[in-house]
Ligand binder design. Sequence first.
Ligand SMILES: Nc1nc2c(c(=O)[nH]1)N[C@H]1C(S)=C(S)[C@@H](COP(=O)(O)O)O[C@H]1N2
Ligand SMILES: [Mo]
Length: 198
Amino acid sequence: MSLSPGFSGRRGFDTSRLPPGQYPTHDFPVLSAGPTPRIDTDDWEFTLDTETGQHTAWTWEQFQALPQQDVTTDLHCVTRWSKFDTRWRGVSLDTLLADAETAADFVIAHCHGGYTTNLPLEDVLDGQAWIVHEYDGFPLSPEHGGPARLLVPHLYLWKSAKWVRGLTLSPVDEPGFWEAAGYHNHGDPWREQRTWQD
Ligand SMILES: Nc1nc2c(c(=O)[nH]1)N[C@H]1C(S)=C(S)[C@@H](COP(=O)(O)O)O[C@H]1N2
Ligand SMILES: [Mo]
């Protein structure tokens, strides 16, 4: 057996996978700015709107019929916990955006309850982002964003919008809920982009 240089024997965490200022945890804390919305999959719809006026909508059934991917990834929350090897299942944004008629550079995710978050388009393509509906082999719980949430694991977890109901593509960057409140516009944990000051 060989250990990588960053391996920490104490609790079995590979510290080389830990961005600066983070600590590892086995817990999965729930962080929500408001009450947990309950959305029935019969009523669920996911929409994509482009700056060209193109509107696409998927029902739950249509969404489930899209190619599904299993993703195992580390999560990094700006409140400093990181959770390794989380397992998700969902649809890649590459699939959802494949037919989009757009020259936009930015995405805004909209959620039930009013939460929003903004991302550069280049941060959600090429296998970097998914709309996930299973966690650890089970339907995603409402507390963690079920029936479906955005997952953008290479950015701080506030970018992974829970109860997501649609994406809007825009040529203009529009700060979302936490970005407008002082969190960093981009949120790369490896560069510790926590707040406007970073
Ligand atoms: N719709 C919505 N999405 C959200 C939030 C929220 O309040 N509303 N909180 C964000 C924040 S700040 C974090 S850290 C993560 C927490 O995800 P979790 O509750 O599954 O750990 O969800 C993000 N997505
Ligand atoms: Mo957060």
